[in-house]
Design a protein around this ligand. Structure first.
Ligand code: ZN
Length: 87
């Protein structure tokens, strides 16, 4: 059994297969919640949800879509917003 601190459910458990076929469990901190659209509240695609230590290593383009309102609004809401602006 693992040490008491790792038995908490605040850790997510990842099963890893070893080259010999045996399984071991990795204990990792949980990921932050998924980014949501600020207008409709739906989940945003292309927005990475990782712990800060992982996010720091990623390039800007891997964290958020490179378009206006990317990472703030979903594609549907962005389309509507653009139409509103033009009108
Ligand atoms: Zn939306």
């Amino acid at each position: 059994m693992v040490r008491p601190a790792l038995r908490s459910r605040s850790f997510r458990r990842i099963k890893k297969k070893l080259p010999g076929g045996a399984f071991i469990t990795h204990y990792l901190k949980r990921k932050p919640s998924v980014a949501k659209c600020s207008a409709c509240g739906s989940k945003l695609h292309g927005v990475k949800s990782e712990r800060p230590i992982v996010m720091k290593k990623l390039s800007r383009s891997r964290k958020t879509p490179s378009r206006p309102y990317g990472g703030r609004l979903c594609s549907k809401c962005t389309r509507e917003k653009m139409k509103e602006k033009v009108r």
